[in-house]
Design a protein around this ligand. Structure first.
Ligand SMILES: [Zn+2]
Length: 220
């Protein structure tokens, strides 16, 4: 279901999300919302925070108003399968046997553990051959969500497994440290000053979500 809200200065409600995903709204943009829209949740209400996720504040999107982000489900890829394999939650992935004709035309539709999950590693150890032919690897930095209540609350980073699409939140900075370190490593590993700056800012924003989260989170 689409979620809408009114933004200061606009007459019509703008779309801010779908179900639990506030695709077009950063947490810090809650102040830009002037009124809730009928039949939509009010993202300013702390009671709904537990069930929703906000757009990650990508530095190259600073200044884009609520509802105007171009790529709704944006994820910033970190192409490192070790990161994906370190996350604890994965989904099942659908594999079809009728893609190439011939002996594979049985029409089977099999749900298997994400190839980057511990379950898949067990299958491989038992002799199941799991191979990859291109595609997206690693994890995508995608969202933030409120975790905890009161003085302990944080704005936790949410990543998506590129293998299965599972969304994983890190309730602590220690848990998110591999993601932060990967961003810093990318900043250090490029000669492109703008790109380095963006990676460092992303690392800082992830860290700030834990060490210095927006005040309204802890006041709620
Ligand atoms: Zn996965």
């Amino acid at each position: 279901m689409g979620e809408y809200a009114y933004v200061a200065g606009a007459n019509d409600a703008v779309k801010i999300g779908t179900c639990e995903n506030m695709y077009w709204l950063r947490f810090e943009q809650l102040d830009d919302i002037s009124a809730r829209s009928a039949y939509s949740l009010d993202p300013r209400d702390p009671r709904v925070w537990e069930g929703i996720r906000f757009r990650f504040p990508f530095p190259d999107e600073d200044g884009i108003p609520v509802g105007q982000h171009a790529e709704y489900e944006r994820g910033l890829n970190i192409a490192d399968d070790a990161l994906a394999e370190s996350i604890t939650k994965h989904s099942r992935v659908q594999f079809l046997s009728n893609q190439h004709g011939g002996a594979g035309r049985g029409g089977w539709n099999v749900m298997l553990p994400c190839p980057l999950s511990p379950e898949a590693r067990e299958l491989a150890e038992d002799g199941t051959r799991i191979m990859r032919n291109g595609g997206r690897v690693g994890v995508d930095i995608q969202q933030q969500r409120v975790w905890g209540k009161g003085a302990d609350a944080v704005l936790a980073v949410v990543v998506r497994c590129a293998g299965c699409g599972a969304l994983v939140s890190f309730p602590t900075l220690a848990g998110a440290a591999p993601i932060v370190e990967a961003c810093i490593a990318r900043a250090n590993g490029t000669d492109d000053r703008d790109a380095a700056e963006r990676w460092l800012t992303i690392a800082q924003r992830i860290t700030a979500g834990y060490n210095n989260p927006p005040e309204r989170i802890r006041q709620a």
